[in-house]
Design a binder for this molecule. Sequence first.
Ligand code: G1P
Length: 289
Amino acid sequence: MSKRVRKAVLPVAGLGTRVLPGAKTTPKEMLNIFDRPILSYIVEEGRAAGIEHFVFVTGRGKGAIEDYFDHHPELESQLEAKGKTEILAEVLRDLARPGEMSFVRQMAPLGLGHAVWCARDIVGAEPFAVILPDMLMAAETPALAQAVAAHDQVGGNIIVVEPVPQGEAHKYGIVALDGRDGRLNRMTGMVEKPAPGTEPSNLFISGRYVLQPEIFEILETQPRGAGGEIQLTDAMATLMGRQDFHALEYEGTTYDCGDKIGLLRANVAFALRRPDVAEAARAAIRALL
Ligand code: G1P
């Protein structure tokens, strides 16, 4: 029986250059999807997968993230005094449970691998999840819960993947599989941002991982890769020489909120998924078309 996945690393130091100017003073992870910041959905997904501790790898200008998960006494007492109990309950729902969140700074933009490595001391020697908050996933069983279930089944390392849109493989990490039978398949390789036409499959790494702690030792000396950055994919490819990796094609829909149109799609889709506002949202969208 493999060890339980209790901790998740959330890399949130990125500048959000694809969603400027909005992300200039609001961390891109705090941009709203309908009525809640992206990270509210991400933490909800993590909790649903049994995550007990979230490690945010932050950077300068990201203080709003910590504030969001803490009390706002003035706001809370105002809502209370005015009897706005429903709104108050929604605000309180997102608070961190005592000791549930840690924040560590990535002090230089050296890449995703470096960001994950910054969490090594807080994670320690146990399997852990990585959630890329840009990728918002709508699914009946939350995406990370699907990955954790796969880890319970086969152990080792699990990477969530999905079919890459035509012609976009060079923007992502792409996996190589040892045959394809069902949704969970053993991997034989992976490459970060392959040159067009050289990708080993049509499945891209889409932002949820379960990793073994040995990845940290590899990241410690990982040379820079694609884009001059320390790549998590390169370190995972090295770890694959010693440990099993499985790719999981999860069931659900991904919205890339690091991109303006992706953000718009997520706003529309998540409003339509909400029973309390779906009808009004549909009417408003129809009227615009
Ligand atoms: C990162 C990962 C890449 C993955 C992608 C998903 O790339 O390195 O493997 O496919 O996220 O969004 P980035 O988007 O940071 O370039």
